[in-house]
Design a protein around this ligand. Structure first.
Ligand code: CA
Length: 245
């Protein structure tokens, strides 16, 4: 498979700094989105640190012919290492106390899609004009939805939507969402921070993906739609096109 990706991030219309970070490596098929939190610009530090630790762990391994299972355990290890690095950095610097980040790491190798994820940033797959969320939301509301305490409509309108049950850097023993799936030529994969998905419904995202032809244009249109809808938070989108090589 050949991968073509484009990413864009924007501070949005109501925040003074951008705590989101993202990373794209089309050649090796590594894509990361992290949405940081914490005062005194610590959110930016947490999200950037998470990405750099994941790269540090994974990049030396790319020459190896590992099984998907082995890559998956490396993904989990990289996320756990990022968790500990942020906890240690915050312990050494009081201004960084309480910083953390979501972390969504996507690795595509041949027709394999491996996901390692913590938090409420999202990975979607767009296939045959259907949008499917592949990542789980580690939020209180998503948990209540899974348990049947809330229905979808209540969940969508809840003002507790942004309460995370776990984040990288905020505790040990992460329950990492790991997935091992396939990709096919023609698929599009969308990684985004909640600044996109809180502003746009899945119907609106689908409509934009239907109308746009490439990753570059798709990203730009998604971002401007999120800003038009209010841009309440930092917005990050990474859109990946899977093509036959
Ligand atoms: Ca956010």
């Amino acid at each position: 498979m050949r991968l073509k990706a484009y990413g864009k991030t924007d501070v949005g219309l109501q925040r003074s700094n951008n705590e989101d970070s993202f990373y794209i490596d089309e050649q090796r098929g590594l894509f990361i989105v992290a949405d940081g939190m914490g005062g005194h610009a610590a959110g930016e530090i947490a999200s950037a640190m998470a990405i750099s630790v994941v790269r540090e762990i994974l990049e030396p391994e790319f020459d190896q012919q590992y099984s998907a299972d082995h890559w998956q355990s490396l993904l989990a290890e990289a996320i756990n290492r990022a968790d500990r690095a942020i906890i240690e950095a915050a312990a050494e610097n009081p201004a960084w106390n309480g910083m953390g980040t979501t972390l969504t790491v996507l690795l595509i190798q041949a027709d394999r899609l491996l996901l390692g994820h913590v938090g409420d940033s999202r990975l979607y797959r767009w296939r045959s004009q259907q949008l499917e969320q592949l990542s789980e939301d580690h939020t209180l509301v998503a948990e209540q939805l899974r348990r049947g305490i809330l229905d979808q409509q209540q969940a969508d309108s809840s003002n507790l939507r942004n309460i995370l049950l776990q984040a990288v850097g905020l505790g040990e023993d992460l329950d990492i969402c790991l997935k091992n799936l396939t990709v096919a030529a023609g698929d599009r994969l969308l990684l985004s921070s909640d600044g996109l998905t809180d502003m746009l419904s899945e119907e609106q995202i689908s409509a934009i993906l239907t109308e746009t032809r490439d990753a570059d244009q798709g990203c730009a249109e998604l971002l401007s739609a999120a800003l038009e809808a209010g841009g309440k938070d930092n917005v990050t989108t990474v859109l990946i096109e899977v093509e036959r090589s």
